[in-house]
Design a protein around this ligand. Structure first.
Ligand SMILES: [Zn+2]
Ligand SMILES: [Zn+2]
Ligand SMILES: [Zn+2]
Ligand SMILES: [Zn+2]
Length: 312
Protein backbone atom coordinates (compact mmCIF):
# COMPACT_ATOMS: atom_id res chain seq x y z
CA UNK A 1 0.00 0.00 0.00
CA UNK A 2 1.22 3.47 -0.87
CA UNK A 3 0.25 6.69 0.85
CA UNK A 4 1.07 10.32 0.46
CA UNK A 5 4.27 11.39 2.15
CA UNK A 6 4.35 13.10 5.55
CA UNK A 7 4.52 16.58 4.13
CA UNK A 8 5.75 18.13 0.95
CA UNK A 9 7.39 20.80 3.06
CA UNK A 10 10.07 18.29 3.98
CA UNK A 11 13.28 17.97 2.01
CA UNK A 12 14.98 14.67 2.65
CA UNK A 13 18.75 14.34 2.35
CA UNK A 14 20.01 10.82 2.96
CA UNK A 15 23.56 10.80 4.34
CA UNK A 16 25.87 8.85 6.64
CA UNK A 17 25.38 9.08 10.40
CA UNK A 18 28.79 10.82 10.83
CA UNK A 19 27.60 13.51 8.43
CA UNK A 20 24.30 13.82 10.27
CA UNK A 21 25.95 14.42 13.62
CA UNK A 22 28.46 16.96 12.36
CA UNK A 23 25.81 18.79 10.34
CA UNK A 24 23.34 18.82 13.27
CA UNK A 25 25.99 20.26 15.64
CA UNK A 26 25.72 23.52 13.70
CA UNK A 27 22.07 23.15 12.74
CA UNK A 28 20.99 26.67 13.65
CA UNK A 29 23.94 28.20 11.81
CA UNK A 30 23.15 25.99 8.82
CA UNK A 31 19.51 27.15 8.85
CA UNK A 32 20.68 30.79 8.90
CA UNK A 33 23.15 30.22 6.07
CA UNK A 34 20.70 28.35 3.85
CA UNK A 35 18.05 31.02 4.44
CA UNK A 36 20.54 33.75 3.52
CA UNK A 37 21.20 32.03 0.20
CA UNK A 38 17.49 31.50 -0.44
CA UNK A 39 16.80 35.20 0.27
CA UNK A 40 19.65 36.24 -2.04
CA UNK A 41 18.00 34.19 -4.77
CA UNK A 42 14.73 36.10 -4.08
CA UNK A 43 12.69 32.97 -3.56
CA UNK A 44 9.94 33.14 -0.93
CA UNK A 45 10.66 29.83 0.72
CA UNK A 46 12.53 29.65 4.03
CA UNK A 47 13.83 26.85 6.20
CA UNK A 48 12.03 26.57 9.54
CA UNK A 49 14.26 23.92 11.07
CA UNK A 50 16.38 20.89 10.37
CA UNK A 51 15.90 17.53 12.04
CA UNK A 52 17.78 14.27 11.83
CA UNK A 53 16.46 10.77 11.38
CA UNK A 54 18.02 7.33 10.95
CA UNK A 55 18.83 7.81 7.31
CA UNK A 56 19.92 11.42 7.07
CA UNK A 57 18.50 14.87 7.66
CA UNK A 58 15.14 16.44 6.93
CA UNK A 59 14.93 20.13 6.15
CA UNK A 60 11.53 21.50 7.09
CA UNK A 61 10.45 24.55 5.08
CA UNK A 62 7.57 27.01 5.31
CA UNK A 63 6.39 26.25 1.74
CA UNK A 64 6.82 23.49 -0.78
CA UNK A 65 10.26 23.87 -2.37
CA UNK A 66 10.61 24.24 -6.13
CA UNK A 67 13.41 22.70 -8.17
CA UNK A 68 15.36 25.98 -8.10
CA UNK A 69 15.18 26.03 -4.27
CA UNK A 70 16.37 22.44 -4.14
CA UNK A 71 19.38 23.35 -6.29
CA UNK A 72 20.34 26.13 -3.88
CA UNK A 73 20.13 23.80 -0.91
CA UNK A 74 21.91 21.04 -2.81
CA UNK A 75 24.76 23.41 -3.62
CA UNK A 76 24.94 24.47 0.04
CA UNK A 77 25.13 20.87 1.23
CA UNK A 78 27.81 19.96 -1.27
CA UNK A 79 30.07 22.84 -0.23
CA UNK A 80 29.42 22.62 3.52
CA UNK A 81 32.53 22.08 5.63
CA UNK A 82 30.48 20.12 8.13
CA UNK A 83 29.96 17.17 5.88
CA UNK A 84 31.75 14.87 3.50
CA UNK A 85 29.75 15.51 0.35
CA UNK A 86 30.73 12.17 -1.16
CA UNK A 87 28.49 10.54 1.42
CA UNK A 88 25.47 12.72 0.70
CA UNK A 89 22.85 11.48 -1.69
CA UNK A 90 20.72 13.73 -3.86
CA UNK A 91 18.11 15.59 -1.90
CA UNK A 92 14.46 15.05 -2.63
CA UNK A 93 10.98 16.07 -1.70
CA UNK A 94 9.04 13.28 -0.09
CA UNK A 95 6.40 11.83 -2.28
CA UNK A 96 4.69 8.78 -0.95
CA UNK A 97 5.54 5.91 1.29
CA UNK A 98 5.03 2.27 0.40
CA UNK A 99 4.72 -0.46 2.99
CA UNK A 100 6.33 -3.82 2.32
CA UNK A 101 7.21 -6.91 4.27
CA UNK A 102 9.95 -9.45 3.74
CA UNK A 103 9.33 -13.07 4.63
CA UNK A 104 11.55 -16.14 4.63
CA UNK A 105 14.32 -14.73 6.83
CA UNK A 106 15.48 -16.53 9.98
CA UNK A 107 14.70 -14.79 13.27
CA UNK A 108 17.89 -16.25 14.80
CA UNK A 109 20.25 -15.86 11.84
CA UNK A 110 23.49 -16.69 13.65
CA UNK A 111 24.47 -20.34 13.95
CA UNK A 112 24.84 -21.55 17.55
CA UNK A 113 23.57 -18.27 18.92
CA UNK A 114 20.29 -16.92 20.19
CA UNK A 115 21.12 -13.44 18.86
CA UNK A 116 18.08 -12.07 17.11
CA UNK A 117 17.92 -10.51 13.68
CA UNK A 118 18.22 -6.72 14.11
CA UNK A 119 17.23 -3.68 12.04
CA UNK A 120 20.95 -3.13 11.44
CA UNK A 121 21.29 -6.68 10.02
CA UNK A 122 18.44 -5.90 7.65
CA UNK A 123 20.14 -2.62 6.63
CA UNK A 124 23.25 -4.62 5.67
CA UNK A 125 21.25 -7.28 3.83
CA UNK A 126 19.39 -4.63 1.78
CA UNK A 127 22.60 -2.79 0.98
CA UNK A 128 24.21 -5.94 -0.37
CA UNK A 129 21.34 -6.62 -2.70
CA UNK A 130 21.10 -4.87 -6.05
CA UNK A 131 17.29 -4.92 -6.17
CA UNK A 132 17.31 -2.30 -3.40
CA UNK A 133 19.88 -0.10 -5.14
CA UNK A 134 17.61 2.90 -5.72
CA UNK A 135 15.35 2.32 -2.77
CA UNK A 136 15.42 4.63 0.24
CA UNK A 137 13.96 3.42 3.49
CA UNK A 138 11.52 5.85 5.06
CA UNK A 139 12.11 4.42 8.55
CA UNK A 140 14.06 1.78 10.40
CA UNK A 141 13.07 -1.78 9.40
CA UNK A 142 11.06 -3.59 12.06
CA UNK A 143 11.76 -7.22 12.78
CA UNK A 144 9.03 -9.33 14.31
CA UNK A 145 8.88 -13.05 15.02
CA UNK A 146 6.22 -14.76 12.88
CA UNK A 147 4.68 -16.28 16.03
CA UNK A 148 5.98 -16.82 19.58
CA UNK A 149 7.34 -20.31 18.85
CA UNK A 150 8.53 -19.67 15.30
CA UNK A 151 12.17 -19.34 14.26
CA UNK A 152 11.26 -17.15 11.27
CA UNK A 153 10.98 -13.37 11.05
CA UNK A 154 8.71 -10.93 9.28
CA UNK A 155 10.52 -7.73 8.41
CA UNK A 156 8.45 -4.61 7.76
CA UNK A 157 10.01 -1.94 5.63
CA UNK A 158 8.64 1.45 4.58
CA UNK A 159 10.17 2.93 1.45
CA UNK A 160 9.89 6.30 -0.29
CA UNK A 161 7.86 5.98 -3.41
CA UNK A 162 5.73 7.88 -5.93
CA UNK A 163 1.96 7.79 -5.79
CA UNK A 164 1.83 5.23 -8.59
CA UNK A 165 3.82 2.89 -6.22
CA UNK A 166 6.51 2.46 -8.86
CA UNK A 167 9.15 1.33 -6.34
CA UNK A 168 6.83 -1.01 -4.48
CA UNK A 169 5.63 -2.58 -7.74
CA UNK A 170 9.24 -3.14 -8.73
CA UNK A 171 9.93 -4.96 -5.46
CA UNK A 172 6.76 -6.91 -4.70
CA UNK A 173 7.17 -10.68 -5.21
CA UNK A 174 10.89 -10.35 -5.93
CA UNK A 175 13.17 -12.82 -4.16
CA UNK A 176 16.73 -12.53 -2.94
CA UNK A 177 19.19 -14.65 -1.00
CA UNK A 178 19.78 -14.24 2.69
CA UNK A 179 22.32 -16.76 3.95
CA UNK A 180 21.14 -20.20 2.81
CA UNK A 181 17.57 -19.08 2.32
CA UNK A 182 15.46 -17.19 -0.17
CA UNK A 183 13.52 -14.21 1.10
CA UNK A 184 10.45 -12.83 -0.67
CA UNK A 185 9.10 -9.29 -0.68
CA UNK A 186 5.35 -8.83 -0.30
CA UNK A 187 3.12 -5.80 -0.20
CA UNK A 188 1.87 -4.86 3.24
CA UNK A 189 -1.08 -2.94 4.53
CA UNK A 190 -0.34 0.48 5.81
CA UNK A 191 0.34 -0.04 9.44
CA UNK A 192 2.30 2.91 10.61
CA UNK A 193 2.69 1.42 14.05
CA UNK A 194 2.36 3.35 17.27
CA UNK A 195 4.57 6.42 17.33
CA UNK A 196 7.22 6.79 20.01
CA UNK A 197 7.91 10.27 21.31
CA UNK A 198 11.59 11.13 20.93
CA UNK A 199 11.36 13.58 23.81
CA UNK A 200 9.87 11.57 26.69
CA UNK A 201 10.15 8.16 24.95
CA UNK A 202 6.57 7.15 25.75
CA UNK A 203 4.65 5.41 23.00
CA UNK A 204 1.41 6.75 21.63
CA UNK A 205 2.18 10.36 20.76
CA UNK A 206 4.45 12.15 18.31
CA UNK A 207 7.46 14.14 19.50
CA UNK A 208 5.92 17.48 18.51
CA UNK A 209 2.86 16.86 20.66
CA UNK A 210 4.79 15.85 23.78
CA UNK A 211 3.26 17.39 26.89
CA UNK A 212 6.27 17.32 29.22
CA UNK A 213 8.20 20.54 29.62
CA UNK A 214 11.73 19.17 29.65
CA UNK A 215 13.13 15.99 28.19
CA UNK A 216 13.68 12.46 29.47
CA UNK A 217 16.89 10.52 29.00
CA UNK A 218 16.65 7.50 26.71
CA UNK A 219 19.10 5.64 28.97
CA UNK A 220 18.12 6.40 32.56
CA UNK A 221 14.69 8.03 32.26
CA UNK A 222 15.89 11.02 34.31
CA UNK A 223 15.03 14.60 33.29
CA UNK A 224 17.90 15.43 30.95
CA UNK A 225 18.65 15.16 27.23
CA UNK A 226 19.98 11.72 26.30
CA UNK A 227 23.15 13.23 24.83
CA UNK A 228 23.92 14.78 28.22
CA UNK A 229 23.58 11.52 30.10
CA UNK A 230 27.28 11.41 31.02
CA UNK A 231 27.13 14.84 32.65
CA UNK A 232 23.67 14.58 34.23
CA UNK A 233 22.95 10.88 34.69
CA UNK A 234 23.46 9.88 38.30
CA UNK A 235 25.26 6.64 37.32
CA UNK A 236 27.97 8.30 35.23
CA UNK A 237 28.74 11.10 37.68
CA UNK A 238 31.61 10.24 40.00
CA UNK A 239 30.85 9.94 43.72
CA UNK A 240 33.81 9.63 46.06
CA UNK A 241 31.55 9.45 49.15
CA UNK A 242 30.21 6.04 48.16
CA UNK A 243 31.85 2.86 49.41
CA UNK A 244 33.33 1.73 47.08
CA UNK A 245 33.54 5.14 45.37
CA UNK A 246 31.91 5.41 41.98
CA UNK A 247 34.19 6.50 39.16
CA UNK A 248 33.11 9.12 36.65
CA UNK A 249 32.55 7.81 33.11
CA UNK A 250 35.30 9.16 30.85
CA UNK A 251 34.37 11.69 28.19
CA UNK A 252 33.49 10.06 24.88
CA UNK A 253 32.97 6.65 26.49
CA UNK A 254 29.50 5.07 26.50
CA UNK A 255 27.71 4.65 29.83
CA UNK A 256 28.76 1.20 31.10
CA UNK A 257 25.93 1.02 33.67
CA UNK A 258 22.57 -0.61 33.45
CA UNK A 259 19.82 1.34 31.72
CA UNK A 260 16.26 1.93 32.80
CA UNK A 261 13.68 1.89 30.07
CA UNK A 262 11.04 4.54 30.72
CA UNK A 263 8.30 2.19 29.52
CA UNK A 264 8.99 -1.33 30.81
CA UNK A 265 11.73 -0.39 33.34
CA UNK A 266 13.97 -3.02 31.72
CA UNK A 267 17.74 -2.75 31.30
CA UNK A 268 17.80 -1.26 27.80
CA UNK A 269 17.40 2.10 26.07
CA UNK A 270 13.81 3.25 25.76
CA UNK A 271 13.83 2.74 21.97
CA UNK A 272 15.53 -0.68 22.08
CA UNK A 273 14.11 -3.46 19.97
CA UNK A 274 14.52 -5.70 23.01
CA UNK A 275 11.76 -3.74 24.71
CA UNK A 276 8.38 -5.47 24.77
CA UNK A 277 6.81 -2.12 23.85
CA UNK A 278 8.91 -2.02 20.69
CA UNK A 279 8.05 -5.61 19.83
CA UNK A 280 4.35 -4.78 20.13
CA UNK A 281 4.59 -1.50 18.29
CA UNK A 282 1.84 -2.53 15.87
CA UNK A 283 -0.43 -3.75 18.62
CA UNK A 284 -2.35 -0.83 20.06
CA UNK A 285 -4.41 -3.05 22.36
CA UNK A 286 -1.29 -4.50 23.95
CA UNK A 287 0.11 -1.01 24.56
CA UNK A 288 -3.06 0.27 26.14
CA UNK A 289 -3.33 -2.79 28.39
CA UNK A 290 0.34 -2.67 29.39
CA UNK A 291 0.27 1.04 30.25
CA UNK A 292 -2.89 0.45 32.30
CA UNK A 293 -1.13 -2.38 34.18
CA UNK A 294 1.91 -0.22 34.87
CA UNK A 295 -0.33 2.59 36.05
CA UNK A 296 -2.18 0.20 38.37
CA UNK A 297 1.06 -1.22 39.78
CA UNK A 298 2.31 2.28 40.36
CA UNK A 299 -0.79 3.35 42.25
CA UNK A 300 -0.66 0.12 44.30
CA UNK A 301 2.95 0.68 45.22
CA UNK A 302 2.10 4.29 46.11
CA UNK A 303 -0.72 2.95 48.32
CA UNK A 304 1.61 0.49 50.00
CA UNK A 305 4.18 3.21 50.71
CA UNK A 306 1.45 5.37 52.23
CA UNK A 307 0.16 2.39 54.26
CA UNK A 308 3.66 1.50 55.41
CA UNK A 309 4.21 5.07 56.45
CA UNK A 310 0.96 5.25 58.38
CA UNK A 311 1.74 1.91 60.08
CA UNK A 312 5.07 3.15 61.34
ZN1 LIG B 1 6.52 12.70 24.88
ZN1 LIG C 1 20.48 9.74 31.58
ZN1 LIG D 1 26.21 5.50 33.51
ZN1 LIG E 1 11.60 -1.32 27.64
Amino acid sequence: MTTKGPSRKHIIIPMSSENVSSFMKNSSLNVTNINRQLRNAKTDILVDYIQSDNNGIIIVTNKVAQQSDLSIIDQYMKTSNDINSLQVEDLRLPKSKSYLKIIGILYYPHANSQDKLTSADIGTILQQNHIFDNIILASKPRVIKVSPKSDMAIVWIDIWDVQSSQNAKMLINRCFNVGNYIATIRGANMNPGIPQCKNCWRWGHMTFSCKIQGAKCIKCNSPHKSEHHREFGWCCKGNSKLNPPRLETKKGKPCPHSFKCSNCKGDHQANSNNCPFWRHCFNREWHVKKYAEICENRSQSLCSTVNNKSNQ
